[in-house]
Design a protein around this ligand. Structure first.
Ligand code: ZN
Ligand code: ZN
Length: 251
């Protein structure tokens, strides 16, 4: 697991496919419940994550949309009467009692931190980029009072590896304004640079880019890649990117 130092003493984290309990084809640290892995094993992997992060890590049910779930620090988010997060592709919080995270395997994971100490974890795949999950997340962060916003972009499939049909490329360009990379060679397909599009959307929404992880999930044996697994004829797991807030005294 990689730990990322963030403003305010917040800590970002990115897990990988190693050191968990899952068996083939999910070996070994699959964090996702929805991919067919044994539920007790996934639970064990999540408890391992909780231990490594030092907090309970909250996830949403990701649906490739643009909803942002706000988890405010208080009895609603932890303790008696805590509510499950529900469907969302971004989690936004000021709670330092728990961590928030999203799961990915090629989609772009992003942490966004506001200068008021609030932070978001964002799942931005091709569809999320099309429906504006990044803009929605940065706006939601500003709605909490943040003036300046900073982003860290995690590992994702790179523009060389993410081939799509011409139709998919056209609709991506139409909705994001981001051009596909040209096909190379005969029978080649257009390619999409999801991370480049995510960075452009973050900047357009007014976020500075603190850092980005250059690793390509498709090319990395230590990260899950939905595309690589599909090409190999099997399913696979998901890794997590998230953030644990340091307590910020804003009184
Ligand atoms: Zn809290
Ligand atoms: Zn690649």
């Amino acid at each position: 697991m990689q730990v990322i130092d963030l403003p305010f003493g917040h800590q970002g984290f990115v897990t990988d496919a190693q050191g968990g309990l899952s068996k083939s084809p999910y070996e070994t640290w699959n964090i996702a419940r929805h991919v067919g892995d044994d539920p007790a094993t996934v639970q064990g992997n999540i408890e391992l994550l909780d231990q490594r992060v030092g907090r309970h890590v909250l996830f949403a049910e990701q649906v490739h949309g643009n909803a942002v779930a706000v988890v405010e620090c208080g009895p609603v988010s932890h303790g008696v009467g805590a509510k499950p997060v529900g469907q969302a592709d971004a989690l936004l919080t000021n709670c330092y009692h728990q961590a928030i995270a999203i799961v990915v395997a090629d989609c772009v994971p992003i942490i966004v931190v506001g200068d008021n100490g609030w932070a978001a974890a964002v799942h931005a795949g091709r569809q999320g980029l099309e429906v504006g999950v990044i803009e929605a997340s940065v706006h939601a962060l500003r709605d909490t009072g943040a003036q300046h916003v900073f982003a860290v972009v995690g590992p994702a499939i790179c523009g060389e590896c993410y081939e799509v049909s011409q139709d998919v490329a056209d609709s991506f360009t139409a909705s994001t304004g981001h051009e596909a990379l040209s096909p190379r060679g005969i029978n080649a397909h257009p390619r999409l640079d999801l991370r480049g599009a995510a960075i452009a959307q973050l900047e357009k929404a007014g976020s500075a880019i603190l850092a980005f992880d250059e690793r390509c999930t498709y090319e990395s044996d230590t990260l899950y890649s939905h595309r690589r697994a599909t090409h190999a004829g099997h399913v696979t797991g998901r890794f997590a990117m998230g953030v644990a807030l340091c307590h910020v005294d804003d009184s």
